[in-house]
Design a protein around this ligand. Structure first.
Ligand SMILES: Nc1nc2c(ncn2[C@@H]2O[C@H](COP(=O)(O)OP(=O)(O)OP(=O)(O)O)[C@@H](O)[C@H]2O)c(=O)[nH]1
Length: 227
């Protein structure tokens, strides 16, 4: 069998026309095989890249969802304490430094125990959800609402003075009286309001709002008290 190529694979100028034709055909086949191989590798790696980018997207989504879940109260879907802490840290990264003026409003459902005992825990849960939704509708987007504890919610209102937070408390209290509650219940809440004083940290204002809430409860409930 005559050789088509020299030692280095070069075309042999001495081969006959029929041999050259076979040589060309072989080269064409080899070239097509090479193109097919590269194309297939390219398409595989493109598929792999697309797949990796989809996996990355899914992981990022899951991470965001998990972070969201860690910051959200599963019942009412408002922030939990950790979510509030994270939101405040984002707004005011140095908790020991006095941040800008803001107000704190504590909201506590009146007699939720009676609702639970009379109508069942699931109705109590619905009341909590309806209250959280009503408050969320009544506050600004820049305000932060969190479920603080059981039947107690906390609102942080940036750039708000005590007098304005008092008005907000009254507006929310009134809104609850128009709310349609599960089982036709009549539900009220008590409010404790304060504003950050110069030199105070957030925790000081939260404690004072809590004691204002105690006053609202001891004054007969369904009212707003400012400290
Ligand atoms: N359904 C339901 N009830 C809850 C939840 N968290 C706390 N509670 C109930 O809320 C009630 C709070 O009781 P109390 O602290 O006596 O307050 P209250 O009955 O609302 O009375 P006042 O706050 O004094 O007006 C308890 O019975 C808790 O079990 C919850 O997630 N779901």
């Amino acid at each position: 069998m005559g050789r088509l190529h020299g030692a280095k694979g070069e075309r042999n100028p001495l081969c006959r026309p029929s041999e050259r034709h076979r040589q060309n055909a072989n080269e064409g086949l080899a070239y097509r095989a090479l193109v097919d191989r590269v194309r297939s590798q390219l398409s595989n790696s493109t598929t792999r890249l697309a797949l990796l980018s989809k996996v990355n997207e899914a992981l990022e989504l899951e991470t965001r969802e998990l972070a969201g879940q860690a910051h959200t109260d599963p019942l009412t879907q408002v922030l939990n304490r950790e979510g509030l802490r994270a939101a405040l840290m984002e707004k005011w990264p140095h908790p020991d430094a006095s941040p800008e003026q803001f107000a704190v409003v504590f909201v506590d459902i009146d007699h939720l125990k009676k609702v639970d005992d009379t109508h069942g825990h699931s109705v109590g849960d619905k009341v909590l959800c309806a209250l959280a939704a009503a408050i969320q509708r009544g506050i600004r987007a820049s305000d932060k609402l969190a479920r603080w504890d059981g039947e107690e919610f906390l609102i942080i209102c940036p750039g708000t003075k005590a007098a304005d937070a008092h008005l907000l408390g009254e507006k929310l209290r009134e809104a609850l009286s128009y709310q349609i509650w599960p089982h036709g219940l009549r539900v009220t809440a008590s409010f404790g309001v304060t504003a950050l004083q110069p030199g105070e940290v957030i925790g000081d204002a939260i404690k004072r709002a809590d004691s204002a809430l105690d006053q609202a409860k001891s004054n007969g409930r369904n009212c707003v008290r400012v400290a």
